[in-house]
Design a protein around this ligand. Sequence first.
Ligand code: SF4
Length: 238
Amino acid sequence: MSEDAPKKTTRKTRAMTLADVRSFLEALARANPNPESELHYGDPFTLLVAVVLSAQATDASVNKATAGLFAAAPTPAAMAALGAEGIAPFIRTIGLWQGKAKNVAALSQVLIDQHHGAVPHDRAALEALPGVGRKTANVVLNVAFGEPTMAVDTHVFRLGNRTGIAPGANVRTVENGLVKRIPADLLREAHHLLILHGRYVCKARTPECWRCVAAEWCRFPDKTLPPRIKPPKPCNPA
Ligand code: SF4
């Protein structure tokens, strides 16, 4: 999930009120009633692998790689049998592919050895898998098991701070703030709503505030105006 550095602002965003947090997210939900991950997967195992592969890579590049990989190895047993050397040719186009190939082979083997070949519905067990950190565990718990977790990637971290929903200096502070301040009934889908809003509207360098459906509740003090359209040059009379 590579991203340009955010545009510097001199003014600080004030924290959003809890009522406005609800209104902000409900506005995003009205515009996008069925927010979903853009990673392609078929079950908890392929979701887990796709998320592990997505570190510092775009979802589109991961989807290109996993189309062939999941056809060749759709289960932990098949993936472990493929091994790191067999996985590598499928994922060479994405960043950090050597380490990721080793991790995917190793985590598949752990699933077979310790979890009867299934992805565990348990944070500690997920985070004990090779290549799986808190963010990946949060995505799997949220998407595969319906848990109200908040995975903080570059987009969610930026939005938490920029909008005022949950300002914080580090990822864990923002995660804790989001979990605490987002209403329970919106928390599960808020994960996707914030990622997609950050990817397509509230972009890193220049947020497109003029077309933001939640601008009314956002506390960002430097909201952007629409780009100016140059008037057409007058025709020279013959
Ligand atoms: S108003 Fe601008 S800064 Fe605020 S959420 Fe929308 S796009 Fe982002």
